[in-house]
Design a protein. Sequence first.
Length: 359
Amino acid sequence: MVISNRSTFMSPRQVMVSGATGYVAGWLIKRLLEAGHHVHAAVRDPANKQKLAHLEALQADLPGNITYFAADLLAEGSYAEAMADCEIVFHTASPFSLRVKDAQRELVDPAKLGTRNVLEQAKRTSSVRRVVVTSSYVAVFGDNADFLASGKPFLSEDDWNTTSSLTHQPYSFSKTEAEKEAWKIAQTQDQWRLVTVNPAFVMGPGISPYATSESFNFMTQLADGTFKSGIPNFGVGLVDVREVADAHLGAAFIPEAEGRYLISAENSSFPEIAQILRDQFGDDFPFPKRIIPKGLIWLIGPLIDKTLSRRVLARNVGYPVKIDNRKSIRELGITYRPLEETVTQMFQQLIDEEIVVPS
Ligand code: NAP
């Protein structure tokens, strides 16, 4: 596919972003404002000035502008006002939490019913021409063991997660259910094209460092001693939040963009991230120094962190995962920065904001 010249598709448009307060959405909105777009930011509570302060600061310095709208994933029809007259809909909102009591209510309902709510509204909004849904690479596979079982050299956009459920990897299940729902709805109309962005684990500095995203929880856990006795050898795909934003822009504005796009810079692991932090920030923080043996983490993991269930550990620790990112490079023109830069800049932001403090 020949990629269209960027300048031809970046003329200012009216676009809606759901979940505008989020970590991923922050960089997406920055890029949209840089290009002069008018962003309809759908947020749960537009009166919460503290949550919008980082977006307001962006708006002050950049050519585009933002209008805020109140919307909730579970309130049917609540995106109507935010979406009115928009040509492009970015649906980023979805709870990203691994610590839930009721997975159906806290994860699957907002992810799946929320996607239905937003996309059904897009069907009713005649101005919409493209819908970009932020899915995840966890909609492509459930556990790292699935990659081994696939027998493939890499997981690609052709693969789907078939092993997650409400009781095992419920966040991954919620993303899979939501993306399937999106494709189902897209097939019922021909007014707009659906493109999904499926990022790996996202890292890198936030526009606001006070995000609730698990990306920040993980980074702070590396510095607070949670893993001081050792870190499990957990394979992950990693990508910088700025490349995730670029991928959303490509998915929205490149006329030929279609289907799913896996967005992953490197096939890495928890120990590799810890090593980068140790190399860059020395011994000021209790970073993990060794890999904890699989048998031991299987025993004590659930005590360290409730999200590390024995089944999750058994099916992920010691297994690599390899993601094919070639479609994103070829069709969206993504250039991935090195992992060291992503991890180092994110951690430096946490230090600068005193979210992590040396011990
Ligand atoms: P985040 O910072 O926690 O953002 C989640 C956003 O969803 C927030 O704006 C939140 O709004 C909104 N939201 C949650 N429940 C909602 C509801 N009921 N109604 C309306 N809005 C709701 O997480 P993130 O990492 O940026 O995630 C953004 C998207 O990227 C998600 O779809 C996530 O699955 C996907 N993703 C993330 C990663 C990653 O590693 N971070 C990787 C792959 C895919 P409030 O501010 O009001 O809570």
